[in-house]
Ligand binder design. Structure first.
Ligand SMILES: O=C(O)c1ccccc1NCC(=O)[C@H](O)[C@H](O)COP(=O)(O)O
Length: 368
């Protein structure tokens, strides 16, 4: 474990040093590409540079440095179009200065995140943090998400089930009178909110007892407070989207609110980042490839092999296998790899009888 962190730190330091050396050169060539993209006379160049300086949409030197730092961490998801407006800027997007092709999101997650920034800035205007903090007093009591996973794993001997609920109307049945997922053996629910917490509130008001993970694309700490006021017991932090410092900061906020944080990774680089951050108790391995959106459950096994698996055991981190789990042999495969919980959507949702869906998935009735 010591060795890992020393190596990780050394690598990061080397990368930062070389970045620092290259920064001036990169920044100059970046400025040059901004100003000299097409042949212009000196007058239009200077007019352009004045306009660029006046524009709030111009990428500043600090922005550029931050982009470079984030790239060093291997974050695939860009938080906004490279030539787009500054974060939380709501005015017209008037200037496109470089590489216009890059203004198209590269994958679904990037598209979600670009829209999310705007959505959150509007929500924050309606309900500033100070107001939310007051509302926390009236929030439904928080339930122990990690405790529920541990208890279920001990009781069944299988990975604890976090059942995904996409929409109240087509959910695994939480709003159907004849089915309660807890009775079917689910330890927790994963409620897809994506901006609207109506589902989560409805399910909570329907009296479902197990803890809820709020599946929201978190880009701002404000969303964590908001999720808690709506009754979330856990939130998702997607490592592909968030720099290390945000993960550290957000996990601390979660602790102060007694929320669990499911920190989600997709690949080795993201897993290594997470293992270098103190205080993380719950890690999800998503088997979706963000680029191709293909699902491969061997991703879970691969990320838990060797030294990484050893560090996870030493730190007593609970690992959740996410996506693409359909059969008892899939469950056995990820359990052998070291997961103590699974997050499952489609294979249960698709069943007419979700209770049978759960026992079909585990090859056994796991209801309490
Ligand atoms: O992997 C992501 O980060 C992601 C980004 C945007 C949309 C969906 C994303 N992942 C898919 C899921 O999280 C699945 O819905 C969940 O793991 C359940 O999977 P399944 O059992 O295969 O329905």
């Amino acid at each position: 474990m010591e060795g890992t962190s020393i190596r990780a730190t050394t690598t990061r330091v080397c990368v930062m040093n070389s970045t620092a050396l290259k920064f001036k050169q990169n920044y100059l060539s970046f400025r040059k590409s901004v100003l000299l993209r097409s042949p212009m006379d000196t007058k239009s160049i200077s007019q352009n540079s004045i306009r660029a300086r006046q524009s709030t949409t111009t990428m500043t030197e600090t922005d550029y440095k931050n982009e470079l730092k984030i790239k060093d961490q291997g974050i695939k998801i860009r938080r906004r179009p490279p030539t787009g407006p500054p974060l939380n800027y709501d005015g017209p997007f008037e200037f496109r200065l470089v590489n216009e092709d890059d203004n198209t999101p590269r994958d679904i997650l990037e598209e979600i995140v670009w829209n999310k920034d705007k959505e959150v800035s509007l929500l924050k205007e309606r309900e500033p943090l100070a107001t939310l903090k007051k509302e926390l007093e009236n929030a439904p009591p928080v339930r122990d998400f990690l405790g529920a996973l541990r208890k279920s794993h001990l009781r069944t001997g299988f990975p604890a089930l976090i059942a995904e609920v996409k929409k109240a109307s087509t959910s695994i049945g939480v709003l159907r009178k004849d089915f309660d997922p807890v009775e079917g053996g689910a330890a927790c629910l994963n409620v897809l909110t994506d901006g609207s917490f109506e589902n989560l509130e409805k399910i909570r008001n329907a009296g479902i007892q197990c803890p809820f993970l709020c599946k929201e694309f978190i880009v701002d700490a404000w969303q964590i407070y908001y999720a808690r006021t709506k009754g979330a017991d856990a939130v998702l932090l997607i490592v592909a989207v968030l720099p290390d410092l945000d993960i550290q900061y957000m996990t601390k906020i979660c602790k102060t609110l007694s929320l669990a944080a499911l920190v989600e990774v997709h690949d080795e680089k993201e897993m290594d980042r997470v293992l270098g951050i103190e205080g993380i108790q719950l890690v999800g391995i998503n088997n979706h490839n963000l680029g191709t959106f293909e699902v491969d459950i061997s991703n879970t096994r691969h990320l838990l092999e060797g030294e990484r698996g050893e560090v996870i055991r030493q730190k007593d981190i609970i690992v959740v296998g996410e996506s693409g789990l359909y059969t008892p042999s899939d469950i056995a495969y990820v359990q052998d790899a070291g997961v103590k919980a699974v997050l499952v959507g489609e294979s249960i949702v698709k069943q007419n009888d979700p209770g049978k869906g759960i026992s079909g998935l585990f090859g056994k009735d796991i209801s309490p």
